[in-house]
Design a protein around this ligand. Structure first.
Ligand SMILES: [Zn+2]
Length: 146
């Protein structure tokens, strides 16, 4: 953090924190678009509901300019695109399961639900079937090849 701040030494601390949170929020919004589109294409069910809030951006005036980005109940404090994508994917997976009773996504080979993992700094869907270590099925972002 100190190092990063050093690189941006010209920016006042309040603005730096603001941009940090804003970047996380913007990553979360674009990850949300990517993941819901992919879920809806795969399952044919809606991945969003009116009463369902995935992403929440809280900025408490008493605590200063630093906001908090929440994906479901998990706070995401890092503007790391893979981590944000993974957190959003877990939220969408949970919604599709609880709202529609649909398991998404599923491994075509082993016919079981996948879970979020990270492979070479890319957020991926992993299957625990097959070998003991399981296998990477695909990147969560369909545009990325793991
Ligand atoms: Zn599998």
């Amino acid at each position: 953090m100190a190092e990063l701040y050093g690189e941006r030494g010209e920016i006042p601390e309040s603005e730096f924190c603001e941009s940090w949170t804003a970047r996380t929020f913007s990553l979360a919004r674009s990850a949300f678009e990517t993941v819901t589109r992919s879920a809806e294409q795969d399952t044919g069910v809606a991945a969003t509901g009116d009463d369902f809030c995935y992403i929440d951006y809280v900025c408490d005036p008493d605590l200063g300019p630093v906001g908090v980005v929440r994906i479901k109940s998990a706070e995401v404090s890092t503007p790391d695109s893979a981590e944000v994508l993974g957190a959003v994917a877990e939220g969408v997976q949970e919604f599709v399961m609880s709202h529609h009773r649909v398991t998404w996504p599923v491994c075509g080979e082993h016919d079981r639900g996948l879970h979020v993992g990270y492979f070479q700094e890319t957020a991926v869907w992993e299957c625990s079937g097959g070998t003991t270590d399981g296998h990477v099925v695909r990147a969560i972002d369909p545009a990325v090849q793991p």
